[in-house]
Structures are given as C-alpha cells and as structure tokens.
Design a binder for this molecule. Sequence first.
Ligand code: G3P
Ligand code: CA
Length: 253
Amino acid sequence: PFHQAFASDSSQVDTIAHRGASGYAPENTIAAFDKAVQMKADYIEIDVQRSKDGKLVVIHDTTVDRTTEGTGYVKDLTFDQLRSLDAGSWKGEQFVGEKIPTFDEILDRYRGKIGILIELKSPELYPGIEESVAKELKERYLHLPQDEKIIIQSFNFESMKKMDALLPYVPIGVLTSSSTDTTEQALKEFSAYADYFNPSYGIVTKDLVNQVHSQGMKISSWTVRSQEAADFLLSMDVDGIITDYPDYVNQRN
Ligand code: G3P
Ligand code: CA
C-alpha cells in the first residue's frame, strides 16, 4: 500500500456513518447519506454490489428481500428491476420513494463533501467487480493521491489484494470479526496490501490497537449502535468508529 498522510492526529477519531446514518434513515439510501452529511460525520460507509446487467449498486444484503418490497438476489435482477423498488418504506412512511442508489451517483453526489468508505460486499459473487469499481474511480481521478477521502474495504482478502494492485494509491481495509486474524503474523500479512485493519468491536483490545499501529495500519471498528459501544471504542483509541448513530461518537469526540 501507499501510506499517505498517516502521521495522524491521534486525538481525532473519524466518525463513519454505517450504511449512512442508518439509525435515523433507511440504510444505503440518499436519505441516510444526506443525514450523515448533515450530522457532520467524516465518512459514509456504503456496500457495493452489481446488477445482472452490470451496473454497480449500493445495497447491503445479497438479496433485496429485507430492505425493499421485492424478492431475489441482487445479481439476478436487472438495474431497471432494482431501480423500480422502494428502498425506504420499510424504515417508515416518510421514506417512501427512496431508491437503491448507484455507485456512480454516490461518488458524484458526495465526493468532496464527506469521505466515502466503499465496502465490496460478497465480491466473490461478482467476478470482475474490482475492475468496475476501479474504472468508476479512475474516470473521476479519485484513484490518485488526493484530498478527497476514499477507502475500499472487504471481508474478502483476495479481493482487497487485487484492489490494491489495481489502485495502489487508494487506501485498502480488511474486515474481520475473527480473532484468528489478529495474530502478529496475520497482521503482518495484511499490512502488505492493507492500510486499515477493521474489526468488529467484540475483538478490540488496547493491545490489538497497538499491534495494528505497530504494523503501520490504522484501525476502524464496527458496528456501534449504543453509547456504551461508542465510549468503549473511544477509550481504545481506535482511528475510526463505524456507527449507525454518528452523534454517539461526535458528542464525546
Ligand atoms: O463497515 C463495516 C461493516 O459494515 C461490516 O459489516 O455487515 O454491516 O457490512 P456489514
Ligand atoms: Ca458494510
């Protein structure tokens, strides 16, 4: 990885709005991302997948069943089919009409306004999705060292190795909830291509934070849905907190 600007101010933690400010608005919609901007989060976190006809879309589950009125796998539905679904109603009547966003519209709407933490969700279902994501970033010159905050992360480590090779200047993160990934050897291997080690908060300890830092990586942890969890991670001195409720971090930060 190209380690840029990592002389971080350790007193400052990044507030990362998980699927947008998803405690307050339907996850992975413009409503949730706008809310995150309004709440002065530092980043939005988005989950990227691909339609049957090759369009990159922003949705968390690999099926549309939980967050829309439709059924079926994202990968088996065309973009027009996905776009016709209502992704807001399940969260409340005031969100009727929210759509599944596209990756390119999120880049265009939010670049320069708020950082974007891009998760490749289940990339093993989408052969070549790394190249498609790289293409969208390159078209916008977001692949070069720059001030606009872009990070790419995944639970799929092979996919992140590939992403690092495609976009050497874009920071890469690995996601895990497994303590077997926290050994010194494992962290050293991640540091060959990753800039962030991003664990679930259940496996975060002060020792882990120190070990990640000593391997030259940063650590952002997830998913905060209570003030207690936010306070715990603040006390661990992590670099970023990925939360459904940006205010839980901002008011103590
Ligand atoms: O950003 C980390 C977090 O989003 C990983 O879990 O299931 O919410 O995508 P998930
Ligand atoms: Ca995610």
